[in-house]
Structures are given as structure tokens and as C-alpha cells.
Ligand binder design. Sequence first.
Ligand SMILES: Cc1cc2nc3c(=O)[nH]c(=O)nc-3n(C[C@H](O)[C@H](O)[C@H](O)COP(=O)(O)OP(=O)(O)OC[C@H]3O[C@@H](n4cnc5c(N)ncnc54)[C@H](O)[C@@H]3O)c2cc1C
Length: 482
Amino acid sequence: MSRGILWFRQDLRLRDNPALAAASKECDELLCVFIDDPQDQTISQLGAASRVWLHHSLTALQASLRKKGSELYFAQGPSQEVLEELISQSGAQRIYWNRCYDPVTIERDKSIKTALSDLQPRTFNGLLIHEPWENLKSDGSPYRVYTPYWRAAATALGKEPDRLQTLNMPRNIPALSDVAAQALAACVSLEQLELLPCRDWHESMLKDWQVGEDAAQAQVERFLKSAVHGYDEGRNLPAEQGTSRLSPHLHFGEVSPRHILNRLLLERRLSALSESETTFAKEILWREFAYSLLFHFPQTIDEPLDPRFRKFEWAEQTDEHLRRWQRGMTGVPIVDAGMRELYATGWMHNRVRMIVASYLIKNLLIPWQAGEQWFRDKLVDADLASNCMGWQWTAGCGADAAPFFRIFNPVLQGEKFDKQGDYVRRWVPELAEVAKKYVHKPWELDAQTRSGIDYPEPLVDLKQSRERALTSFTAIKGTKTA
Ligand SMILES: Cc1cc2nc3c(=O)[nH]c(=O)nc-3n(C[C@H](O)[C@H](O)[C@H](O)COP(=O)(O)OP(=O)(O)OC[C@H]3O[C@@H](n4cnc5c(N)ncnc54)[C@H](O)[C@@H]3O)c2cc1C
């Protein structure tokens, strides 16, 4: 009789889960466990909003496992110590997990693999289509520009369509015997992990979300039936539901990118996709590009990839400006709308993420790391790889980055992508009655009308702050790169 441990991490699903599929086949009894590890950078130590999502995702996973006659166990503490205790308490002889790719987790997992070598740990790829060491340039180095990365990935998929084959949910997930289950003194209840905050802000945050694997699958189908066909245009319009909103599901592994591409392609080749479908496939692969960058340049978690930016002169005494940006009180409507959407829902539209990030970095001259941290705490899809890449991209110091001197004008961005001002009016109710002409620049209203609106004046002058940023950039432009 063989007893195994299935260690759930960033793969909170039963379908297309290679570690679970192998463990279910090879073991007679399976202990399914999630460990809340204070050293973990991938899941547990993300911010408050992500922990709320995690709580509900684990609830859903537990329900799915129970339907299969199995159970999800929970533990808290450094993963290696917890696993060693679980092995000794349960008598497990095997262990399985799907790989994660942030630098701290990689090191931790390596040492766990060595410590548990007697159990011959088996690890799998459940998070990505291409792991970071797979899609490399011909000289073996990683891509730093996305278009060639995408071309190489698309070519590889053309040659290897089986890579997108998904695994069914295991028909049978062997349960742990009652005797073994009773010996698990290291386990606690989900509530004891205290993933939910004491105050109840999280209930309103999750009101528009359905969490868990079944919800993720349904969302994939809904999106692929409708919005994907207008994705090329729709993905830029924050007032519309033009994007998939799959990011938190992907982050927690409630659905695999393989499943999404598989359902998008429906037996077709990538080259047979429409333009909108291709753009969507490219976005799914952007996420993989981010994982590749994090793996090959782990320092980019908090350091700029372009070393010139280490000498960049940021503004001094920025606490008040940062606070106003975080609260959505900068006086720039599209920025405030985005920051309030983030606060209320744990998510923000990609176009607006770029606008608010550009405003923080280039108009307020606040280091991108401060914005990255705020996003990490407030996003339900907070993801070390995508978040660091997104911030560095906007700052102009990352891979394939927008040049620093290309500074978004938030008024023009608003007028172009939120033409009627619907997005701003939804999130900044103070401006609900303002005419379209002024909704993105209420400071141009006449003084009398303005005095009747309880909305702040802009924190900084957009033109002057832009000039100031360009001056700071010019100072580092010619400096040597390392
Ligand atoms: C400053 C900044 C910070 C960001 N932080 C995160 C983050 O913490 N977590 C996160 O998942 N995404 C992040 N992104 C990327 C992007 O904004 C979100 O993935 C996207 O808005 C999620 O919405 P969606 O699922 O509807 O996306 P869709 O447009 O439907 O795209 C489908 C999927 O493709 C992936 N994707 C799309 N765009 C990107 C991108 N630019 N980079 C990486 N993957 C992408 C996501 O997994 C997304 O779910 C950030 C972008 C910026 C500019």
C-alpha cells in the first residue's frame, strides 16, 4: 500500500493538474494539503486582497475534493518543517507538487527536495505552457523583448501541439484512511489560517467575483463565446467588459493557461485564429514572458532591470502625494477612478493600470516600487512576475519597456479610451453630473460650477511635472549601463 502527499500551491484545481493526476494514479491513499508558509512569496505572503481570494479558493477546492470523497488539510508554518511533521505523522512514502518560479520558492523547494529525497519527490509544470528555461534564444539566453519571445513560443507550439493537451479531473482521488487522518496533529482548520481580515471590507470587494475552479472554467467559456471576438478594441475600454478577468483565476491556478489556449484554439492552429483571438493568445503568453523575466532576472523584484535607473532622482517628501494616489484623490479623474476601482474590487483594467502607474512614476516622481507594493497588497490577481514586469515596463526600466520619455497624458488617455466618461463617472461619483467635455479635466470648468463639486484640484500640474520627469531622465540617459 502506498500513501502519498499532494502539496497544493499555485494550482488550486482538480482539472488539468499534473501533480494531482500522477499522485491519484500512483497512490492508494492521498493526503492533500495546503500550507500557509510565512516565507512563501508566491501565494501566502501576497497582500490582504489576495489572501481573501485564497480563502475562498481553498473553500471551493475543499468542497470539490469532498465531492470526490477526499479532503483538503491545512497547516501553517515553514513548509519544510510542516512537511516533515506530516510525513512522520501520516507515514507517507511519496510526495508530489507542481512547480512555482519565484526565486525564494525555487530555493526553498530545492532544499525540500534534498531533505525529502527518500520520498523521491515528483514535481510537475501546472502553471505555465512553457517553463522559463524552455523558450530561450538560440544562444541559450532569455528573451528581453516580447515579440521574438512570442514568435518562438508560437513556433514551438506549432511543432508541438500536444503541449496544449489538458488532463481530465482524476476519476478517483484516493482518500486518506481514518487512522492516518487522526494522526495529523500538524493540521489546523481553514479558519485558523486567518486569511480573512477582521474588518468586513472583503465582502463588498468580492461581490462581483465568483471564486474557484468551477467559476474559472465558466468564465473561460463565457469570454470565449463573446468578448474575445471584439478583444482587439474592447480590451482598451475600461468602461466595458472587454477583457476576460481571468487574472486572479490564473494566478491561483484555478485554471491553467493550457486549458484556456486549448479552448481558444478548438483544434485549430494558432495561425488560424482571428486577429482578436491572436491578441488574446499573445496576452496569455505575456504572462509567461513575465515568469521568464522573473526567473532569469530575479533581482527585478525590487531593482530596475536597466541599471541606469538606480541613479534616477526621485522626488523628495512624497508621503502625502503617495497617500492621495492610493486613495484616488489626485484630482486627475481617470487616475482616481482606477485607484478607487482597485480599492473597491481588488482589480483594475490594464489600460488604467498603465495610466495610474505612469502618473505615479512620471508625474509624481515616486519610485515604481511604492506603486508595486500598493498593487501587491490591493490586487486579487497580485502576481510577483506580472506586477514587477508591469511596473518596470511602465517606468521604462524593465524588459521591452515603454521608453521613459513616452509619458502618458492622463487627460488624452481618458478622452481616447473613456470617450463618454462612463468609467470616470462610475468610480468618481463627484463627477457624475459633469459634461463629457470636462469629465477628464474638471479644472477647466468655470469657477462657479467647480465650487459646487467636492473634488480635489490636481496635485501637480501635468505639463510641469512632465518636464521635471524628462529632466531627471536626461540626467541618467547617457550614464553607462552595467
Ligand atoms: C503596472 C501594472 C501592474 C500589473 N500587475 C499585475 C499583477 O499583479 N497580476 C497580473 O496578473 N497582471 C498584472 N498586470 C497585467 C494586466 O494588467 C492584467 O493581467 C490584466 O489587466 C488582467 O485582466 P484580464 O484577466 O481581464 O486580462 P485579459 O486582457 O483578459 O488577458 C488575459 C490574461 O493574460 C495575462 N495578461 C494580460 N496582460 C498582461 C500583461 N500586461 N502582463 C502579464 N500578463 C498579462 C493575464 O494573465 C490575463 O488574465 C499589470 C499590469 C500593469 C501595467
